[in-house]
Design a protein. Structure first.
Length: 196
């Protein structure tokens, strides 16, 4: 992350995203596929790591194999297969976007960190190491089981996260950079989908 100054002189924390031009690898229509969508490819992949079916798919678009393919429905810009799309064609400074990514994996966590439990809150009355314990997890004779969906300790993070209403603060088309206000999911260098 970095920070820039807005027009009022306030420092705004921003995430810098490198957005190389995307290639249109497939144009889906209602007649052929049942819905309208545009499939975009991003990032170069090695030919040896690409299946023959996907090699043929990229050959139709006259492009090198791509590492990521994402479909966008109701795409506003009409493009043909093989065209490239740059960030200045889609986004404008000041508009709201959504960021989709895989959150950082945090491993096995307890209920205080994972679900925001308060813990026992006191160290007296015989408490030894129970300050961050979950407490009771069910009744005794009925239903004689732990109810499904009970919030307990477990693996945290590493899931698909969508953050809405993020503002585009600045576009740098020459460097293929886009600055978005606030934090977005994922670690440094991870793959992010930005949509309007």
């Amino acid at each position: 992350m970095t920070s820039i100054f807005d027009q009022n002189g306030r420092s705004v924390a921003c995430t810098v995203i490198q957005a190389q031009p995307n290639v249109v690898t497939q144009v889906k229509t209602t007649d052929s596929d049942g819905y309208d969508a545009l499939q975009l490819g991003y990032g170069d992949a090695k030919v040896k790591n690409t299946s023959q079916a996907m090699q043929g798919h990229f050959a139709k678009a006259s492009t090198a194999p791509k590492s990521k393919l994402v479909e966008f429905r109701n795409f506003e810009i009409s493009k043909q297969i093989g065209d490239t799309i740059a960030i200045e064609e889609i986004f404008a400074e000041g508009e709201k976007v959504s960021a989709i990514g895989t959150s950082k994996g945090k491993g096995f966590q307890g209920v205080v960190k994972r679900h925001g439990f308060g813990g026992i809150m006191q160290q007296t009355h015989g408490q030894h190491n129970r300050l961050r314990a979950p407490g009771s997890i069910g009744a005794s004779s009925y239903p004689s089981k732990v109810v499904k969906g009970l919030r307990m300790a477990g693996r945290m993070g590493g899931g698909r996260v969508k953050i809405k209403n993020l503002r585009v603060m600045k576009l740098m088309p020459e460097q293929h950079l886009i600055l978005i206000k606030g934090a977005i999911p994922g670690h440094n260098g991870s793959f992010i989908i930005i949509e309007k």
